[in-house]
Design a protein around this ligand. Sequence first.
Ligand SMILES: N[C@@H](CCC(=O)N[C@@H](CS)C(=O)NCC(=O)O)C(=O)O
Length: 203
Amino acid sequence: MIRVYNFTSGVRGLRVAWQCEEMGLAYEAKGFAYPPPADYRAKYPPGSAPFLEDEGGVAMGESVAMMVYLAQRYGPTPLLPADPAQMGRVLQLVVASEAAMGGLMNPMMGTKFVAPADQKANWTQGFCEARVNDALGYAQDLLGERAYFVGESLTLADIAVSTALGMWKGALDKDIPPKLAAHRERMMERPAYQKAKAAFSAA
Ligand SMILES: N[C@@H](CCC(=O)N[C@@H](CS)C(=O)NCC(=O)O)C(=O)O
């Protein structure tokens, strides 16, 4: 059985649960409040969330790696197209959702919520914000006027990027470029997204 551990309001675990819902995979949502309890740290010493366990000794702590793992193990799935150009674009955006977006938002969130008052306007904050804006601008250009980032249906790219925007707007209160904002609204209306969100709230 797939088990997804996540903060009850955590965005990155939602990527994985949402994907399970879209693929019709059974999973157990294990939600907990921040800070993570000791038994979670025993499983995953860095203490960040999400964390995934699956049959066969699978234990992983990076959300976008979990997405590719699930698509590979339980696919084939249209969420990760086989066409090389489409697959390449999906993987580019999935990795970018952490490497060029979420990963740069973490220091911004730390600065906003934890840093001492005299360090809230530091140089790194502006650097991260500018780089995320570059990545969002590029993602918006790739989306253009289409409903999905790649092809004519949902892929991992839509799930990964739209959830990163949850941190950008929800935690950091930053503006989302308009076409990405409209895409995110459409994504949040999907029944699979709603079910995944409810799974952690109820956990
Ligand atoms: N690159 C990791 C980032 C994980 C991460 O930073 N998760 C956040 C919650 S969404 C977290 O655990 N923050 C609290 C902490 O690091 O102590 C991933 O994509 O899973």
